[in-house]
Design a protein around this ligand. Structure first.
Ligand SMILES: *Cc1c(COP(=O)(O)O)cnc(C)c1O
Length: 323
């Protein structure tokens, strides 16, 4: 279903880096969510009729899952712990597109048994909902995907991403390569690093190619990210986490992030506003502070530009005078 995503050069902070355009994988099913949900398109799920997932009402994964459900002809229930009033009144971006694809978006606090769920983390609430909801009694027909696609199935599509990167580095004879991508749950970075190590070993190329995966946290700090890794892969496969000394809170708008986003978009490539600004700020800090001048850098564009339809107006309202 997907072809190999292209790589293109981009000027960044006075040097040339490469961008892996996973945002171009597929018109409706792009970025790392396409990689993470690839498994569900390429294995037999004909027994499934109902997809259930959870997360934020503006998440890129909401939209990607709605596309998956539509392609497969599944009903799709998506649980959120909150929808803000503005979005309810003015549906747009991932939220609007998912509804158009038939997603049934359910606010957990409006459920009949909401009282039982109060104060529960959404992950725990989902366990309860999936086990007790009358529509979900036939577990064989039900496919439940954890928030952000943080599960073992994600590795199938990320295996392919690792293969593409190794092949590309081989073709270009880039013996030293730093692969960088910003993390949310850390699923993409963890499986990518694991796959690159394993595939280079299988090909007996570990002596020839030094490909290192680096990432940064955009959610809860480095310690939290390491915890997330530990639920998915052995410690030997943990990607290296770098930071720039700032603590980033997911979805929080800042002038620094907005400025960085505008700078990188001048390349003509549209990046997204949640993960990419933090990614480029941390990458910039790293490249300026280390003796890495000769290193080739491959930044993975993980898609998500549809989310800009809601994020950009929020930024413009908050920083109306910035150019
Ligand atoms: C989901 C997403 C991420 C985070 O991916 P994880 O595998 O959860 O770390 C990063 N960038 C974009 C654009 C995303 O949509």
């Amino acid at each position: 279903m997907f072809s190999i995503s292209p790589v293109q050069a981009m000027n960044f902070d006075g040097r040339s880096i490469y961008i892996k355009r996973d945002d171009l994988l597929h018109a409706d099913f792009s970025g790392n969510k396409a990689r993470k949900f690839y498994h569900f398109l390429h294995h037999d799920y004909s027994h499934v009729t109902q997809l259930v997932a959870s997360g934020s009402a503006q998440a890129n994964s909401l939209y990607s899952l709605s596309v998956l459900a539509k392609l497969q002809g599944w009903k799709f229930d998506y649980y959120v712990s909150h929808i803000n009033t503005f979005l309810l009144q003015h549906p747009q971006g991932n939220y609007a597109a998912a509804i158009q694809n038939g997603a049934n978006i359910i606010d957990v606090s409006h459920l009949a048994d909401a009282e039982n769920l109060q104060g529960m983390h959404l992950d725990d609430a989902m366990q309860y909902i999936v086990s007790s909801h009358p529509n979900y009694t036939d577990k064989n027909q039900l496919l439940f995907i954890p928030e952000g696609g943080r599960c073992g199935y994600a590795e199938t599509g990320i295996t392919q991403l690792a293969t593409e990167i190794i092949q590309w580095a081989q073709d270009r004879r880039l013996n030293e390569l730093m692969v960088f991508l910003p993390s949310g749950t850390g699923t993409t970075a963890a499986y990518l690093n694991k796959q690159i190590i394993q595939q280079l070993t299988q090909l007996s190329l570990t002596e020839v190619f030094a490909i290192e995966v680096l990432t940064c946290s955009t959610v809860g700090g480095d310690k939290y990210l390491r915890q997330q890794f530990s639920q998915l892969v052995d410690e030997i496969y943990f990607p290296r986490i770098i930071n720039d000394g700032h603590k980033y809170h997911f979805g929080k708008l800042s002038q620094r992030c907005f400025d960085m986003w505008k700078t990188v978009c001048q390349s003509g490539i549209e990046f997204e506003l949640l993960y990419d600004p933090v990614g480029f700020l941390v990458l910039q800090h790293y490249l300026n502070s280390q003796a890495v001048s000769a290193t080739n850098v491959l930044y993975i564009h993980q898609g998500g530009a549809l989310g800009n339809k809601t994020m950009l107006p929020r930024y413009q309202r908050k920083f109306p005078h910035s150019v």
